[in-house]
Design a protein around this ligand. Structure first.
Ligand SMILES: [Mg+2]
Length: 109
């Protein structure tokens, strides 16, 4: 029998809520806790996103290949991004703000 999921994401979640959700998800689904494995999985998901984009903009893809939707594949990447950030104890909101302060002062050519 399928186990009932205890995962819950509240309405209007903060980035920390997303990161906690992914941590809980990894525990509930007994996903790999290995960072390198997560990086490889995220790389695969990037490939899936690109394939979904190709399909969306009508670039020929192999008819036999399985392809998800762009939104689904973006979520898959986001999940692994959170998983990797969690393993380095990175607060994604804080890191985003700090990096953007650096980027704002860069000269973009
Ligand atoms: Mg995927």
């Amino acid at each position: 029998m399928k186990k009932q999921s205890k995962l819950f994401l509240k309405k209007n979640p903060t980035m920390q809520n997303f990161q906690q959700y992914v941590l809980d998800m990894e525990n509930e689904r007994e996903f790999s806790k290995d960072i390198l494995h997560n990086c490889l999985q995220m790389g695969e998901e990037v490939g899936e996103l690109f394939k979904a984009v190709r399909k969306e903009i009508n670039i020929q893809i192999d008819n036999n290949s399985k392809v998800g939707s762009v939104d689904e594949e973006i979520v898959d990447i986001f999940i692994f991004l959170c998983a990797i950030a969690n393993k380095f104890n990175i607060d994604l909101e804080k890191a985003f703000r700090e990096k953007e302060e650096i980027n704002k002062n860069r000269i973009w050519k």
